[in-house]
Design a protein around this ligand. Structure first.
Ligand SMILES: Nc1ncnc2c1ncn2[C@@H]1O[C@H](COP(=O)(O)OP(=O)(O)OP(=O)(O)O)[C@@H](O)[C@H]1O
Length: 451
């Protein structure tokens, strides 16, 4: 059992029967807990004053005392402890009363070791999940802390103003802009400023879905709708009910998914694959693309009617090279962010690094700048980050990265990938030549700003 290896939890046993205390202690110690047993209410409260317990096993009848009366006093001292009642008179009423009074569970007397361990494990498992959720929330907060919207650039300022107005409406928004300009970040920004800010935000990365599974991923399916549909499945549209659905790289949707999306945008109805029943969903759509959708329409890969439906509120994120006045403030922001995250206060850019940042073209946009600063903050042994730490020594007019020259392996990899791609007929073929799979190539292209 999992808790058998977890030495980091503790339980207090409150029972007037020494035999019961002993057998509970044996079960719980075998499961890895640190255990204290007491025989009366006063001793229990004293123990709780002294140290914190994850669990309290509390007898419902402690001789003349009532466990139910003791329960609120326990919770007042340690609101986060989980109380499990032990009762010889396990009636439905006493169980209801116990749960109402704040116990999380109860076990009957006589109990088996498994009943005790299972009750403890349930609580500890829930605790671990709570802790994990807390951690994730903290990381989400960090993501917010990473974002930076201060700008001195007129184009980006105008963009933010329009995005703010778009956020307040419930209309479909199409975010356009080169890879790495922040379309994902802006989709959340819009959601956070919309009436749906407390609702779900469901993101779908369209290129990551296989063509066959695209419609079912978005709209769900019934068991047996196709080979491999072994159970009913809810689609992303339903997951986003009451909230926002974000379709990243909407140009990659299959034609079937495009037809279904168009109908959904027109009347908010859809069907799951393999099901006749019409469903309705209350979902706001934000879509993004870094490709010229007009060309996809001309090539017959993207429906014209869907394009017009999506293009009503189309917002174009400027490339980083079009925001020269924001380069150094952004670099400073990332530097502060990563210095604090890595516990390296006082990291600075040298004047040469600032010049290199200002003169580099940043084809990978914010992603490239962010990654350059993160890498430098991790790797530089010095507090002063120079152009080489940022990988910018060979940026402008300098000799290209060549095998054997004094550059990082990454610089060589970037250069190699950049040269192989135009020579291969397709990206898949380029991936084969490079000996990596297509998804890895996609990731590396993004990372190196080669998209
Ligand atoms: N406003 C911002 N402030 C700070 N960092 C940002 C901001 N916007 C984006 N970034 C950073 O830039 C990187 C790319 O952002 P994002 O994924 O939103 O770009 P994108 O345009 O959606 O890219 P792609 O088209 O490749 O999916 C991320 O690491 C993100 O943290």
């Amino acid at each position: 059992m999992e808790i058998a290896n977890d030495k980091s939890w503790s339980a207090l046993i409150v029972d007037d029967d020494a035999g019961v205390r002993q057998s509970l202690r044996l079960c719980l110690e075998a499961a890895g807990g640190r255990i204290l047993g007491v025989g009366a209410g006063a001793a229990a409260l004293e123990a709780l004053e002294r140290s914190a317990y994850d669990l309290v096993f509390l007898d419902l009848w402690l001789g003349a005392e009532s466990g139910l009366e003791l329960l609120p006093q326990i919770l007042r001292r340690q609101p986060h402890t989980a109380v499990i009642l032990i009762t010889a008179f396990a009636t439905f009423e006493s169980a209801v009363q116990a749960i109402k009074a704040g116990a999380v569970d109860y076990i009957p007397k006589p109990f088996t070791p498994d009943q005790v361990r299972l009750a403890a494990e349930r609580v500890l498992q829930a605790r671990r999940l709570e802790a994990r959720v807390g951690e994730l929330e903290e990381r989400l907060g960090e993501l917010d802390a990473e974002s930076f919207f201060d700008t001195e650039n007129p184009a980006f300022r105008a963009f933010l103003q329009t995005a703010g107005r778009a956020a307040a409406s419930d209309a479909v928004v199409l975010l356009r802009g080169e890879s790495g300009t922040g379309k994902n970040v802006m989709a959340r920004w819009i959601r956070d400023r919309s009436a749906r800010h407390a609702g779900a935000f469901v993101g779908v990365n369209c290129p990551a879905l296989s063509t066959e599974l695209m419609s079912s991923t978005l709209f769900g399916h019934r068991k047996g709708a196709f080979t491999g549909a072994v159970a009913d499945a809810v689609g992303k549209v339903q997951e986003a009910e009451g909230g926002t659905l974000f379709l990243d790289e909407v140009g990659d949707l299959s034609l079937d998914a495009q037809a279904r999306l168009l109908r959904f945008l027109n009347d908010r109805t859809y069907e799951r694959l393999g099901e006749a029943a019409e469903r309705r969903a209350d979902v706001r759509l934000i879509a993004a693309t870094n490709r010229p959708l007009e060309e996809e329409v001309r090539a017959g890969r993207f429906r014209e009617d869907l394009f017009y439906r999506l293009n009503v509120l189309s917002l174009h994120l400027p490339a980083l090279r079009e925001r020269p006045e924001d380069l150094l403030p952004l670099a400073g922001h990332y530097l502060r962010f990563f210095s604090s995250r890595m516990g390296r206060p006082g990291l600075r850019l040298t004047p040469a690094a600032e010049d290199a940042i200002a003169s580099h073209g940043w084809p990978g946009n914010l992603r490239e700048l962010r990654n350059a600063i993160e890498r430098a903050a991790i790797l530089s042994p010095s507090q002063e980050l120079g152009p080489a730490d940022l990988g910018l020594t060979h940026a402008k007019g300098a000799p290209e990265a060549a095998v054997g020259s004094l550059v990082s392996l990454e610089a060589i990899e970037r250069e190699h990938i950049a040269r192989v791609i135009p020579q291969a007929p397709t990206l898949e073929a380029a991936a084969r030549i490079l000996g990596i799979d297509a998804t890895t190539l996609q990731r590396k292209r993004k990372r190196y700003g080669l998209v």
